[in-house]
Structure formats: structure tokens, C-alpha cells
Write a protein that binds this ligand. Structure first.
Ligand SMILES: Nc1ncnc2c1ncn2[C@@H]1O[C@H](COP(=O)(O)OP(=O)(O)OP(=O)(O)O)[C@@H](O)[C@H]1O
Ligand SMILES: [Mg+2]
Length: 369
């Protein structure tokens, strides 16, 4: 092969490897000949383990798709089917758009090319973008309001203190005490709403050290009744972040979980993984750290689920409804996102944090994964 052909070949391979859709090539017997990186990630398996596998064993979408493969091979009609459920080897099921294209040679159709584009992720990205913009608007409003409350509150408290000193009858002090105590309570609320006043102190942070700190804090609060186990992926590179902020965000989530299961048999599970070429909102990042905090509690009440990240939304007695809203805005500062899924017996909060984005390594989203 001459150099030009070799370079072209390398370029084509590189394009295939950077595509966000899974691309699979099957031969006449419908045995797999090639799978790109996105395909390996979709099926959670390396190419050398599945090359040679039959399309029917790999893409288990019932009879329809297999018929399509056979017909495309036989008659050469290209084919597209939208939003079909695809069961994966790890037990998950995703929704994909599937395009099947015959590859013709002078001898006839020798191969078919199958492109699988994950769609549920794309739908989620749209939802995420919507959620982020709504949250930012809600947070801006709450912060503006908190600011406006903060100043008169200081004056109110000061005036009550002066009044307390001048009271002719000490028994009236009960009333000024109420004013001062309530002003203090409001001040604490407003401070929490406004968040930290200092600038983040960004350093290289090992996410597992952050999680271990969260684990020991929560364990100390709930004692032995709740078992907290973990499954960490040691390959996650350090993040450039303020570790106190990350501790705060993860602690707010873990505390809710611990509170939901604070009884015998309660379990919290901390899990980390690294995701490659992953899209958050509309940005694609080469590397994203994923932290999952799972509990086996009763689940988030359905009527709260849509609003759970908004400030002042609470389902618990004595809760301020600020924990998740603060956690979300802290994580957003690092271009990250918190998502959740919840049903009775299993609530999973997923924190996604881009790694390396802090140096401006963002990529424009070419698609989703
Ligand atoms: N793991 C969970 N299981 C069940 N419900 C949850 C879980 N996490 C959050 N929730 C629900 O979401 C609500 C909002 O949580 P959030 O942390 O924002 O506020 P809060 O815990 O009520 O108050 P705060 O954190 O400000 O003290 C909770 O009151 C609870 O009803
Ligand atoms: Mg909370």
C-alpha cells in the first residue's frame, strides 16, 4: 500500500473510532467483522472478544431486525428503523435508531453495515439542557431574593438588640428574643441559599478521598444501622476542583440517602466509574467521572420527582429543601450534572463531573453517548 493510501486508511479508521454511533460490519454469514469504539462501549465488550459473533446473538431485537439483516443481504435494500429497544449483554435495555446499509461489490452484496445510534441518551440530553436552564433561572431568582432579605435582616436584628437593652420591663424581653432568634434562623437560611462567599480553591482532587470523607461523615451520623459499601474505579484521574465543595455536594446527596434508609437493613452504595466521550448538557467531554450514590430506601415521592432540584422543595419534616439545589449548583460550577432515578427500594443519584475540562478542554458536541 502506498503512503497516500495508508494515510487515507488511517484517517478513515480514526473517523470511525471518533463517531458517537456504534458501527458494525457483518459478512455474508452475518458474522461480525468490525466494530468501532462506540460499539465496544455500547456492548461493554472489547472488539477481540466479539469479532466473529453472529448478528442474531449480538443484536437481540427479536425477529424483525434479523429479518431485516437477511433481507438487506439478499435484496440490497437499505433500511432504517427508529426507536427500537435493544437489550444489552449487561442486562440494560437502551433505545436505538438502527440503519442497515448493504455494501456492494461487483460480485454482489458481500457485507452489511449496521449503525446503531443510542436515542434515549439524546432524549435525556434534551431534558438535561432544559433542566439546567430552568434550575439556573430558579437559582438566580432565589439568590436575588436572599440578597434582598439579608440587608434589612441585619438592621432588624440590631434594632431588636438595642430595644432589648432599653426595655423598661425585662419580661418584655421575651418578644425581642423572638425577633432576634427568628432573624438568626432566617440569616442561617439566607446564608445557605447564597452559598459560600469565598472563591473556590481549586486543587487536584482524588474523588475517592472525597467519597471516603463523605462516607465517614455519614457513617458517624447514622451509626452501624446503615451499611455503606463501595465499588471504586481506581482509574479515574484527579479532578481540578475545590474538595470542600465536592464534599458538600456529595454529602448532601448521601445524607438524604442515609436519612431515607436510617433503619436496620438500610444500605448505601457508593460507586465510581469513568465514562469516555460522554455528553453532559450539550457538551461532549473526552472523560467524565461518574459517581453513583444508591440507597435501598422507599424512593423519592413521585410528586416531588420533577421538582427535587429546585430550592425549598422538601418532603422531609425539618428539611429546608436546599441540599439538592446546592449540590446541583456546586456540581454545575464544574460543568457537571446530578441526575437521579428512583423507585421504591432503589434510588440512584448520579453525579457526572468532566475530567480535564477545567483547562478548557471542552469539545463541541458532535452527538451523544
Ligand atoms: N435518597 C432519597 N430517598 C428518598 N427521598 C429523597 C432522597 N433524596 C432526596 N429525597 C427527597 O427530596 C427532598 C429534597 O431534598 P433536599 O436535600 O433538597 O432537601 P431536604 O433534605 O428536605 O432539606 P435539606 O437538605 O436542606 O436539609 C427530600 O426532602 C426528600 O423528600
Ligand atoms: Mg437534604
Amino acid at each position: 500500500m502506498d503512503t497516500e493510501a495508508l494515510n487515507r486508511c488511517k484517517m478513515e479508521r480514526s473517523i470511525l473510532e471518533h463517531l458517537d454511533a456504534a458501527v458494525l460490519l457483518f459478512d455474508r454469514g452475518l458474522n461480525l467483522r468490525y466494530i468501532n469504539l462506540a460499539g465496544e462501549m455500547m456492548f461493554s465488550v472489547s472488539a477481540r472478544h466479539i469479532i466473529g459473533q453472529n448478528a442474531c446473538d449480538l443484536i437481540k431485537c427479536g425477529g424483525t431486525l434479523q429479518d431485516v439483516f437477511t433481507r438487506t443481504m439478499k435484496f440490497g435494500h437499505p433500511f432504517t428503523e427508529r426507536e427500537i429497544p435493544l437489550p444489552l449483554p449487561d442486562g440494560r435495555e437502551i433505545t436505538v435508531d438502527c440503519t442497515v446499509t448493504p455494501i456492494r461489490t461487483p460480485e454482489g452484496i458481500e457485507q452489511i453495515l449496521v449503525k446503531l445510534q443510542q436515542m434515549d441518551r439524546r432524549l435525556r440530553i434534551n431534558r438535561e439542557e432544559h433542566l439546567l436552564s430552568q434550575l439556573q433561572a430558579a437559582q438566580a431568582m432565589v439568590r436575588g431574593l436572599a440578597h434582598e432579605i439579608k440587608n434589612p435582616l441585619g438592621g432588624l436584628r440590631g434594632a431588636a438588640q438595642l430595644l432589648e437593652r432599653e426595655l423598661p420591663d425585662p419580661s418584655l424581653g421575651e418578644y425581642t428574643r423572638i425577633i432576634i432568634d427568628e432573624a438568626d434562623r432566617l440569616q442561617a437560611l439566607v446564608n445557605r441559599m447564597l452559598g459560600p462567599v469565598r472563591l473556590p480553591d481549586k486543587q487536584e482532587v482524588n474523588i475517592h478521598q472525597v467519597l471516603e470523607r463523605v462516607r465517614s461523615l455519614v457513617q458517624a451520623e447514622v451509626g452501624e444501622r446503615v451499611i455503606i459499601d463501595r465499588d471504586y474505579d481506581p482509574s479515574i484521574p484527579p479532578l481540578l476542583a475545590d474538595s470542600d465543595q465536592l464534599i458538600q455536594a456529595l454529602l448532601n446527596i448521601a445524607r438524604n440517602g442515609a436519612r431515607a434508609v436510617a433503619q436496620d437493613g438500610g444500605r448505601l452504595h457508593l460507586r465510581t466509574r469513568v465514562l469516555r466521550q460522554f455528553t453532559i448538557g450539550s457538551q461532549r467531554y473526552p472523560l467524565v467521572a461518574q459517581v453513583e450514590i444508591t440507597d435501598n430506601g422507599p424512593g423519592i415521592p413521585p410528586e416531588l420527582q420533577e421538582r427535587i432540584f429546585y430550592p425549598m422543595v422538601t418532603g422531609s419534616k425539618g428539611g429546608m429543601g436546599l441540599g439538592l439545589s446546592i449540590a446541583q449548583s456546586l456540581v454545575n460550577q464544574y460543568q457537571g450534572l446530578i441526575e437521579f432515578r428512583s423507585k421504591p427500594g432503589k434510588t440512584v443519584f448520579t453525579v457526572l463531573l468532566p475530567v480535564g475540562n477545567q483547562h478548557g478542554e471542552r469539545q463541541n458536541s458532535l452527538g451523544d453517548r
